[in-house]
Write a protein that binds this ligand. Structure first.
Ligand code: SF4
Ligand code: FES
Length: 244
């Protein structure tokens, strides 16, 4: 997305987000416009460098009183958008709790802890426990690649790696297989192993995962716990110009 606000004569068009004016560029979605001016709307599957995917539903807001996805709904002048409400944050907390129990997320032993968008969003929404019974699914760890570890226990199926590998790296290393609760990330090689793909450490897909699935090897704890991105400030205070 354009990170600049473009003025075409006169005042910028704007909508209100939780009662405050948000200017936008023609064609912006609500989430793009809010992000540009540093306003936080929770999201997991959206990234400013990619078209909206619309799958996680964390960005659900109310537009003129009706439910809408902030990452897909277009901004238009005069809209009344509600996001930071008890009702919407309650729905978001439930979605997060479902994501946590559907996978195996053991934050204290995860290298992504402190840099993880799922963890940071859960803190932001006041999630204190899983609430639902854990599924404890059996999911593989693929350590076959010399430079990249793949721990599928933490995958939230945001498809950012699928999009980055296909659209930026031109390699199509990842895909989603199965449906509903059986949906899972696949590696596109005859063996199903990451080592048998063309994936490289400098691929965009190697650095796009918002959680701790795709991790560079030999970099564990280079940044100590307590000094990581979301240790410094909550996700809601790191919006503008900060892509994840
Ligand atoms: Fe998203 Fe990461 Fe899973 Fe890829 S591996 S779908 S980037 S959570
Ligand atoms: Fe809008 Fe995921 S960020 S649905």
């Amino acid at each position: 997305m354009s990170r600049e606000l473009h003025q075409e004569g006169g005042a910028w068009p704007s909508f209100t987000l939780d009662g405050e004016e948000v200017p936008f560029n023609p064609g912006d979605t609500i989430l793009q416009a809010a992000t540009r001016v540093g306003r936080y709307i929770p999201h997991l599957c959206w990234h400013p460098d990619f078209p909206a995917h619309g799958s996680c539903r964390l960005c659900s807001v109310k537009v003129n009183g009706k439910p809408a996805g902030a990452c897909t709904a277009k901004a238009s002048a005069g809209l009344d958008v509600e996001s930071d409400t008890e009702e919407l944050n309650g729905h978001r907390k439930t979605l997060l709790q479902m994501l946590f129990v559907e996978g195996n997320h053991f934050c204290p032993s995860c290298e992504k802890s402190g840099n993880c968008l799922l963890q940071a969003t859960a803190y932001e929404m006041g999630m204190e426990g899983p609430h639902f019974e854990e599924f404890y699914p059996s999911r593989p760890v693929d350590a076959s690649h010399p430079d990249i570890l793949l721990d599928l226990n933490r995958c939230i199926l945001c498809e950012l790696c699928v999009r980055a590998s296909r659209d930026v790296d031109g390699k199509n290393v990842f895909a989603i297989g199965g449906h509903g609760i059986r949906a899972h990330l696949l590696v596109n090689s005859a063996s199903g192993r990451l080592a048998d793909t063309a994936m490289a450490l400098d691929d965009r897909a190697a650095h796009i995962c918002p959680v701790g699935v795709i991790l560079p090897k030999r970099q564990g704890f280079v940044t100590p716990i307590g000094q990581r991105r979301f240790d410094a400030k909550p996700v809601s205070e790191q919006v503008e110009g900060n892509p994840s």
